[in-house]
Write a protein that binds this ligand. Structure first.
Ligand code: SF4
Ligand code: SF4
Length: 326
């Protein structure tokens, strides 16, 4: 009898769909994956149901790749179910790893998000202030929707996670390396982020262009200047999260002459990516004058959203205090 292939599941929670695209973008390499494994659950591409997963034996899935943050009760249920059925769970992509862009919702709560989405956006015409309800009765039948939580969670804040594949979205070579390591049983210690543990600056071609003492007197946004494609962004006064970000993406944004936004999250040595970057930027502001510093900081558009763009739920801050949200 032929040896059974390992069973693999893919699932998405609060995400944009880019991580699913990253799997599809494996192109012909996906055939190697399909040859080596049995995909037993992948709602975006294949017609499996929750009941199919419920019917599986606990631990019968070799690995579940879960992308997206957790913001709905349905997502919480599904990731708990997949945890129960899986030997390994890999948090796939920034949103699952750290909370990601949907995690910026932690600056608000359910009420303020619903108010904005269903009442106050300029294109909304909703005089009855209709919002989605968890239960609605239609023709004597009760229709239900998942509960929308006030807080967005990274995956490890809801279930135990074995490995993390960083990136928005994770690049092809990291995905293939991870799949290979899992199939060959050559995995690093549990809890590892499957990307080199050093900063993006260490691998960046522009690192050598940094002056010995980096100092900036002005902070500019990329569209305000003509960017020198050879020179470190920070040396040009443009916010680049490279010093606080893990390498492994192939410097995708830098190669496209755009600064790093931090999607790979921090290295193992850094607890809070935003705080690390704040301290990096504070050390290169070229003034001791309080007013000047205030002016420089004020020139950073949306500092919290810039420094915690991908990592707010997993940061020390986690979310804005509920009582301060209007
Ligand atoms: S700050 Fe950005 S541009 Fe400068 S060396 Fe680091 S990654 Fe490269
Ligand atoms: S350069 Fe930064 S933001 Fe861009 S892919 Fe790499 S880690 Fe992500």
């Amino acid at each position: 009898m032929s040896k059974q292939k390992p069973k693999v599941a893919f699932y998405w929670c609060a995400s944009c769909g880019g991580c699913e695209e990253a799997v599809v973008d494996l192109a012909e390499d996906i055939l190697k994956v399909v040859e080596a494994v049995d995909i037993v659950f992948w709602p975006v591409a294949l017609d499996f149901k929750k009941s199919d997963v419920e019917a599986m034996e606990d631990g019968s899935i070799a690995v579940s790749f879960i992308n997206g943050a957790v913001r709905l009760s349905e997502q919480e249920e599904m990731v708990k179910l997949l945890r129960q059925k899986s030997q390994l769970v890999v948090a796939f992509g920034s949103c699952s790893h750290l909370g990601g862009i949907p995690g910026l919702g932690n600056f608000w709560n359910k009420e303020s998000i619903f108010r904005r989405a269903y009442e106050t956006t300029p294109s909304t015409d909703n005089p009855d202030k209709t919002v989605p309800l968890e239960q609605t009765e239609v023709d004597g039948k009760v229709l239900t929707l998942p509960k929308f939580y006030d807080t967005v969670y990274a995956l490890h804040q809801v279930i135990d996670v074995d490995y993390y594949l960083p990136g928005c979205a994770p690049p092809k070579d990291l995905i293939m390396n991870a799949v290979g390591a899992i199939l060959e049983g050559k995995l690093p210690p549990r809890g590892s982020v499957l990307s080199p543990n050093k900063s993006l600056c260490d691998d960046c071609d522009r690192n050598d262009s940094k002056p010995e003492k980096l100092s900036i007197t002005e902070i500019k946004r990329p569209w305000e200047v003509i960017i020198d494609a050879e020179k470190c962004f920070l040396a040009q006064g443009i916010i680049c999260m490279g010093p606080a970000t893990r390498t492994g993406c192939g410097e995708r944004c830098i190669e496209a002459n755009m600064p790093c936004r931090g999607c790979f999250g921090p290295t193992d040595q850094v607890f809070d990516q935003g705080a690390k970057f704040l301290s990096a930027i504070a050390s290169i502001l070229d003034t001791d004058d309080e007013k000047e510093i205030e002016k420089l900081v004020d020139s950073i558009d949306d500092p919290a959203g810039t420094f915690y763009r991908f990592s707010l739920p997993a940061s020390i801050l986690r979310r804005k205090r509920m009582e301060t949200i209007q």
